[in-house]
Design a protein around this ligand. Structure first.
Ligand code: PCA
Length: 218
């Protein structure tokens, strides 16, 4: 790997909740080693475990000092790429994580702020995805499980490092996962990979976000 290019750290998770695959890892690993807009993408798998994922994220950021941190996670049932606006300082696990931990109403970072907003240009990313025919939305909640935990930790790390921006995207089930659950939405892996690439290109090219209405009433 060329060492001089600024890095994009792109994370995905291992399977959880009885699944044998996690589309987030399948998608990010397809982009590992790719050069994009003068940056080099490094894909890393994080465990779907509260404690260990945080540990491994911190180590990777320390070692790599990426310019952009993008976390990706599965959100079964969502219908499109879901660009997260916010991460909150709480863990409230409906199911145990892959190490059996099930924290309820614990902070991600004790003493940290209640929430962080994404520092990636979420509206510009949304517009670019839609313009390229990839279904996408802004989401105002990343949940309270391991994905929100990692999204919060990424933004906490980014708040302390000048020049590092961070954000999180939730993605739907793959078609093969949805086929087992009558009626749930899915997105083909190739579309997810293309969407992540578009989102990253836009993040690189857009230091200041667009002002574009994408609010929700509910
Ligand atoms: N999705 C879970 C954790 C790992 C993943 O891919 C979540 O949304 O919290």
């Amino acid at each position: 790997m060329s060492s001089s290019l600024p890095r994009i750290l792109l994370t995905g998770f291992d399977p959880f909740g009885g699944e044998s695959v996690n589309p987030s890892w399948e998608a990010v690993r397809a982009l590992h080693g790719k050069r994009l807009g003068g940056h080099l993408i490094v894909a890393q798998q994080l465990p779907t475990e509260f404690a260990r994922s945080l540990h491994e994220l911190k180590a990777a950021v320390r070692e790599m000092a990426p310019a952009i941190l993008l976390g990706v996670g599965q959100a079964g049932g969502r219908q499109q790429l879901s660009i997260e606006r916010v991460a909150i300082n709480v863990q409230d696990a409906r199911i145990p994580d892959n190490a059996g931990a099930q924290p309820v109403d614990e902070p991600v970072i004790a003493g940290g702020p209640a929430a962080y907003f994404s520092t990636l240009p979420i509206k510009a990313m949304l517009a670019a995805l839609q313009a390229h025919g990839v279904p996408a939305e802004i989401s105002n909640s990343a949940g309270t499980y391991v994905c929100n935990h990692i999204a919060y930790a990424m933004l906490h790390l980014a708040a302390k490092r000048r020049g590092m921006r961070a954000g999180f995207i939730h993605i739907p089930y793959l078609p093969a996962q949805a086929a087992k659950r009558h009626g749930l939405a899915s997105m083909a892996l190739a579309d997810v990979v293309r969407g992540l690439e578009i989102a990253l290109r836009t993040a690189i090219a857009t230091p200041l976000d667009d002002k574009l209405g994408a609010g929700k009433l509910d």
